[in-house]
Unconditional design. Sequence first.
Length: 489
Amino acid sequence: MMKSLYIAGSWLEGQGDLFESLNPVTQQVLWSGNGATAAQVESAVQAARQAFPDWARRTLDERIQVLEAFAASLKKHADELAHCIGEETGKPLWEAATEVTSMVNKVAISVQSYRERTGEKSGPLGDATAVLRHKPHGVVAVFGPYNFPGHLPNGHIVPALLAGNSVLFKPSELTPKVAELTVKCWVEAGLPAGVLNLLQGARETGIALAANPGIDGLFFTGSSRTGNLLHQQFSGRPDKILALEMGGNNPLVVDEVADVDAAVYTIIQSAFISAGQRCTCARRLLVPEGAWGDALLARLVAVSSTIEVGAFDQQPAPFMGSVISLGAAKALMDAQNHLLGKGAVPLLSMTQPQAQAALLTPGILDVTAVAERPDEELFGPLLQVIRYKDFAAAITEANNTQYGLAAGLLSDSQERYQQFWLQSRAGIVNWNKQLTGAASSAPFGGVGASGNHRASAYYAADYCAYPVASLETPSLVMPAALTPGVRMS
Ligand SMILES: NC(=O)c1ccc[n+]([C@@H]2O[C@H](COP(=O)([O-])OP(=O)(O)OC[C@H]3O[C@@H](n4cnc5c(N)ncnc54)[C@H](O)[C@@H]3O)[C@@H](O)[C@H]2O)c1
Ligand SMILES: O=CCC[C@H](NC(=O)CCC(=O)O)C(=O)O
C-alpha cells in the first residue's frame, strides 16, 4: 500500500477512499493512494498543534534558512518536478518549468513581503516605546487547486511557514503526485516534524479538515462554488481567518487599436494559455461592432486555428496542453453545445479530436445574441465574444458579472484606459497587456465572487499573521500629574 500521507514527520497509508491521478492524455495511472479519514485529519491537526510553539518561537532568520533550503531543493529537483506537473496536469513542459521557477522565486518574494508588511516597527510614544510586531495564527489549512498544483498552494504555504504557522496541506485530488513531490522537498530542506502535514484525499478529506475545530485558519485557492461553501461553514467564526482566492468571468475589452496582430497575440495569451485553465484567463472578449471588429475577429480565428495543441512532452512543443481530465473536457464540450443551443454563433468550434484524450482545440463563440448569458466561469479554451456599440456599453458589459478577478483593455487611448480603470471592478486591471501571468511581486486577488478581500501573492503576508501593538517601558513610574478625581495619598 502506498504511503500517501505525511503526518508528524512520517509517511503513512491513508485509511480513506482509494483514488488515483491520471495522465489526462494517455489515461495512464500516475499515482494511486488512499485519502485521509477524519481521524487521520484529527491526528495531523494534533501534530501541527504540537509542532507550532517551537516553530513560532524560532527567529525569523532560522525560519528563512529552512525556506531557502526548500528553494534549493526545488532547484535540485526542478526537472523532475516540471515533468510531474506536466504529466499530471497536461500542461506543456515549457510551461511546467515556469511554474517551478515561480515556486522557487516565491521564497525570496515572501521574505521581502514579510519584512515590508508584517515585520517589526517601533518609535517613541510619550514616555514609552510603541512597538508593532506580528504573530502567526497557529495551525492553518491550505487547500490547493489542480491548475497550478505546485505554485498556488506554495503561495500560501511559504508565507504561512515564514510567519511561524504550522500547516495542513490538502492538495487537489487531481494532482496528488505534484503535492507529494513538493512535500518531499520540504522534508529534504529539514522542516521539523509536524510543521507541514500532507493530507491527500478528495472532498470528504477537505470537508473533515475545514470542519476540524483545531484549525485557526484556512487559505483556499479554487472554485467559487467550493469557496462559497467554506465561507458559509466559517460563518459565525470571526476567530478564524479565511482567505479565499476564487475564479472569474474575466472581460477583455478591445478598442480599435492600430496593431491588430499585437491585439490578436495578446488575446490568445489571455484566453488560451494553459488551455484556458488560469483563473485570470479572458473568458469574454468585447469587440466593437462594425468592419474593424469583423476584421479583428477574422484574424483572431485564423491565428487561433493554427495553435498547436498536444501532450505535455510533445516535440516540437505545443502552445496548449490538455485540460485536466476527460470529465472536464466533456463538461466544456457540453457548455459549448449549451451556448450553441441558446443562439451562440461558432466562429471557431472547440473540438475534442480524440475521445480518450482530454485535448481540446481553442473555441471562439459569438454570444452577442444569447439572451441571459450564464455568468459562470468556463474553465477551458472557450472564448465568448460580445459585440458592443460604444465604449460606455463595453464597460457596462465588462462589469456585467458577479465576479471581479481580472479585467483588461486593449486601446491606444490613455483617456479610455483612465475611464476603464475608474469604472471597472476587478482586482487586476491591465492595459495593453495579457490578463494572465500576474506577478508574485504584486498583490493578487479579486472582488465580488472572486475573493473575500484577502489578496494573495505579495499581500499573502497580511493574512498569515496578525498585528500586535505594544506600548512598552522597562519600569513602571508614576506620572508627573494624576488624572482628576484620583487621589494617591
Ligand atoms: N483566484 C486564484 O488565485 C485562483 C487560482 C487558481 C485557480 N483558481 C480557481 O480554481 C478553480 C479550479 O480549481 P479546482 O477545480 O481544483 O477547484 P475546487 O474548488 O474544485 O477544489 C479546490 C480544493 O478544494 C477541495 N474541495 C472541493 N470541495 C470541497 C468541499 N466541499 N469542502 C472542502 N474542500 C473541498 C478540493 O479537493 C481541492 O483541494 C477555478 O475556478 C479557478 O478559477 C483561482
Ligand atoms: O490560475 C490562477 C493563477 C494565475 C496566475 N497568477 C499568479 O501566478 C499570481 C501570482 C502569485 O500567486 O504569485 C496568472 O495570472 O497567470
